[in-house]
Design a protein around this ligand. Structure first.
Ligand code: FAD
Ligand code: SIN
Length: 523
């Protein structure tokens, strides 16, 4: 099935939807197709809890937010990018308010500003503890009113069509009809989010399999800083609670980390205790768990705040924990760290421009230089908004120079329906487990080499399977997951120091000459 379109946006989270909204207004005569792998609202954006960082009151300043971001990024942020993105925050937030997002207010009627790890001021605008859900819903309501945006749910991009560093569009699997479309576009924009599903424990929803990063890599783009996969310190520990985050904002309101015997420990690791940057807190928890042999630690808010305060500030966490028989108003919450955010990604400008012509990448899939070696909490929704804004302006400016060119149909070759789906689940489980054990919070040279050996073996097997069997979403995801896992491993091996999130026991110090990691085909 051949289709021609002006703009193809892959992804319907904060970055994809914001881009579609802006682009539709700036280029009303162009046709935009936005696709999502699952139903529209299913994305990391929907699950965001804490909020969006923005300098909003007079005690705060852009300079303070910039410094906090640079400190968290541990020497690898691009300061110009940091300045550009953070100083745009108030404008971008006002646009969300105009769309109808009702950020939580305090008793005085002012916006209630939350605090999270690494922030020197209260500056997190939030909608209780369900910020992402509210933002995503308002964006969806708005996009549905726009005529020149067509939305296709359950359409999974398989691969880009690119030749000589130029992108012409993408092959897309319609999961319902099982047909493969080749969609030719003047520009293709990846807004595909992160890759948390590479790890055994993650806060991310199932869509986060690194598809955009793997597709861009195959198309010839440079992938940068992938060794910096951020681990969130507090994910609910419960056999049936898949991926449920306990927001850092809870520590911002006084919740304390303790071992299961009730002993506080964070003072042994950092003067800011539980509000130290995420890498420090996650490593501290990891060290405590290894020392004590416990399976989890506790996050205690019940001892410090009244049930009324807890229920009004954290209604989402309260209700979700109650479903697992944990009443957070009178008992501590069992938590563990989990993979949360991809600080690296496809090397791109703030406007999403990559080295592959007509291929743009925005949001969590992009590496713009904002996060460096470690992302400051609540800076990523903001990056998605700014990336979308800049990308829309950039595409609108070039519109008269952009041309659409059709490309060849998908060739199924000798592929037959899969008879052994077990291979997919087996490989998937294996990757997630060794990534967690060998390429997790604390790494060593030996563990990284072990992981490299295994991923090379699995990639051979998966590539064979990919060409032999009929395309389905699980297989597309597995192949991408394995590709991104290898990029993370190779990046981690090449970094002979410990910096930000990347901590290697064999190279515990920072090197003086540190720079971003870049990976490009072939390895
Ligand atoms: P996403 O919102 O993840 O959207 C990705 C989209 O791409 C989806 O629509 C998906 O279907 C689509 N897609 C992916 N692959 C394909 C494919 N092959 N074909 C078609 N479509 C595809 N950040 C903050 O700043 N503040 C917070 O409070 C915060 N809390 C968080 C809480 C949780 C639990 C999680 C997981 C993350 C949180 N983050 C937070 C991070 C932030 O939510 C994400 O970085 C951000 O939402 C990413 O937005 P995005 O638009 O790049 O991608
Ligand atoms: C949280 O609410 O703890 C998540 C914030 C973030 O990831 O930025």
């Amino acid at each position: 099935m051949n289709r021609k379109i002006d703009f193809l946006i892959i992804g319907g989270g904060i970055s994809g939807l914001s881009l579609a909204l802006k682009l539709a207004k700036l280029t009303p005569d162009e046709k935009i197709l936005l696709i999502t792998k699952e139903y529209l609202a299913e994305c990391s954006t929907f699950y965001a809890q804490g909020g969006i960082a923005c300098v909003w009151n007079n005690n705060d300043s852009f300079e303070k937010h910039i410094q906090d971001t640079l400190i968290a990024g541990d020497g690898l942020c691009n300061e110009n990018v940091v300045r550009n993105i953070l100083t745009q925050a108030p404008e971008r937030i006002k646009e969300l308010i105009e769309l109808g997002v009702e950020f939580t207010r305090n008793e005085n009627g002012d916006y209630d500003l939350g605090k999270e790890g690494g922030h020197s001021e209260r500056r997190i605008l939030h909608v209780n503890d369900q910020t992402g859900q509210n933002v995503e819903q308002k964006l969806i309501e708005s996009i549905k009113k726009i005529e020149n945006v067509e939305i296709k749910e359950h359409w999974c991009a398989i691969n880009l069509f690119a030749r000589n560093f130029q992108c012409y569009g993408a092959y897309i699997l319609d999961q319902k009809s099982e047909k493969i479309h080749n969609v030719a576009a003047k520009a293709t924009i990846l807004a595909t989010g992160g890759a948390g599903k590479i790890y055994l424990y993650t806060t991310n929803p199932d869509i986060a399999s690194g598809d955009g990063i793997a597709m861009a890599y195959r198309a010839g783009a440079t992938i940068s800083n992938m060794e910096f996969y951020q681990f969130h310190p507090t994910c609910l520990y419960h056999p049936y609670a898949k991926s449920f985050l306990i927001t850092e904002a809870m520590r911002g309101e006084g919740a304390v980390l303790k071992d299961v015997r009730g002993n506080e420990f964070m003072h042994n690791y950092h003067s800011s205790k539980g509000l130290a940057p995420r890498d420090v807190v996650s490593r501290a928890i990891d060290a405590e768990l290894k020392k004590t042999g416990d399976d989890y630690i506790h996050l205690d808010i019940a001892s410090y705040k009244s049930p009324k305060f807890i229920k009004s500030h954290f209604p989402g966490v309260y209700e979700s924990c109650l479903k697992f028989n944990i009443d957070i108003t009178n008992e501590p919450i069992p938590v563990v760290p989990a993979a949360h955010y991809c600080c690296g990604g496809v090397l791109a400008g703030i406007n999403g421009k990559t080295e592959v012509k007509n291929l743009y990448v925005i949001g969590e899939s992009a590496c713009t230089g904002l996060h460096g070696a470690n992302r400051l909490a609540s800076n990523s929704l903001l990056e998605g908004l700014v990336g979308a804004h800049e990308c829309a302006n950039s595409l609108a400016e070039q519109i008269s120079d952009l041309k659409v060119k059709e490309f060849k149909q998908w060739e199924p070759g000798h592929a037959v329906p899969s008879t052994e789906a077990v291979i997919i689940t087996q490989n998937w489980d294996e990757i997630r487990r060794f990534m967690w054990n060998y390429v997790g919070i604390v790494r060593t040279d030996k563990r990284l080499q072990r992981a490299k050996k295994r991923i090379n073996m699995l990639l051979d097997e998966i590539n064979q399977y990919y060409w032999d069997f009929k395309i389905e979403k699980n297989l597309v995801e597995l192949r991408n997951l394995a590709t991104v896992a290898k990029i993370i491993i190779v990046s981690a091996i090449s970094r002979k120091e410990s910096r930000g999130i990347h901590y290697n026991l064999d190279h515990p110090n920072k090197s003086e000459m540190s720079r971003a990691t870049t990976i490009r085909r072939p390895w």
